[in-house]
Design a protein around this ligand. Structure first.
Ligand code: ADE
Length: 267
């Protein structure tokens, strides 16, 4: 009887100490959220990661594990602003995410940026958000006093640019405005509009919605895009031929960023 009492008391003491350890002890593990639109945009990351488990929420698989020694949650949310916003919000609701990297491909806008160049967004804009009246479409990012321009986290932009230079070389790395809309752009005329109206240097279909959701959740983010095409009349063909290579390059930049985070925390 005395022996049983002893075991019970020892167990209670042990439980109390464990609780205190959890409350005061090691920091909870915060992860880097890595999100893309398409499967080929995360394939390389998943092949290099140690995935502990996968949760499916709202039809999106969230792969939880480590990559380059850093805790990560990796997800392919789907194409376009709606699915990316839904996938991003679910990730930020469910996991303890300290920063977000969007990784993927885009159409190059402008004369300088070429296929396989990398664009790190300094800001995002929704190019298809606005009014339609009898004169046609008029952009208005600024309902309810908003500017419609959503800046990426400055420190993450620097980190992404440094990593991109390591992966593709300085001559192929650009930073600037990325324009997002729910259209695959394959038109020289529309490219000119994106340049003149927004000073955009790349176009894609998700960055601005990721930006808006991260802003609401107060989570730093950056959008990294490798150019798969020139968003011109040949865009579909170029995209088919170069998309996978561009997607892998963006993944390599993400891994380089995780390596630099690991080295920073080791100091
Ligand atoms: N993603 C890759 N290329 C694109 C394009 N031309 N337009 C929109 N999204 C893209």
């Amino acid at each position: 009887m005395l022996k049983i009492k002893g075991i019970i008391i020892a167990t209670i003491i042990c439980l109390l100490f464990c609780q205190a350890g959890l409350a005061e002890g090691a920091d909870p593990v915060r992860s880097t959220g890595i999100i893309s639109a398409m499967q080929n945009e995360i394939d390389l990351l998943l092949s290099e990661a140690q995935i502990d488990h996968t949760d499916t929420v709202g039809g999106v698989d969230y792969h939880v594990g480590t990559l380059c020694g850093e805790p990560v949650v990796i997800a392919k949310a789907g194409i376009g602003k709606i699915l990316s916003a839904a996938g991003m919000a679910a990730m930020l609701n469910r996991y303890d995410i300290s920063r977000v990297f969007f990784t993927g491909i885009a159409g190059a806008v402008g004369d300088e940026t070429q296929v396989l160049d990398v664009v790190v967004a300094t800001e995002l804009v929704q190019h298809d958000f606005g009014y339609i009246n009898n004169d046609g479409f008029a952009w208005s990012g600024g309902f309810e006093g908003e500017s419609g321009h959503y800046p990426c986290d400055a420190a993450l932009v620097e980190m992404a640019c440094r990593a991109a230079v390591d992966v593709v070389g300085e001559a192929h790395v650009f930073r600037g405005t990325i324009a997002s809309g729910d259209q695959f752009v394959a038109s020289e005329e529309y490219v000119e509009y994106l340049q003149s109206e927004f000073n955009a240097i790349a176009c894609e279909m998700e960055g601005a919605s990721i930006a808006l959701v991260c802003e609401r959740y107060d989570t730093p983010f950056v959008v990294i895009r490798s150019m798969s095409d020139k968003a011109d009349g040949l865009a579909h063909e170029t995209y088919e031929n170069m998309g996978d290579i561009a997607a892998d390059n963006s993944c390599r930049i993400v891994m380089e960023m995780l390596e630099s985070l690991k080295n920073d925390s080791a100091k």
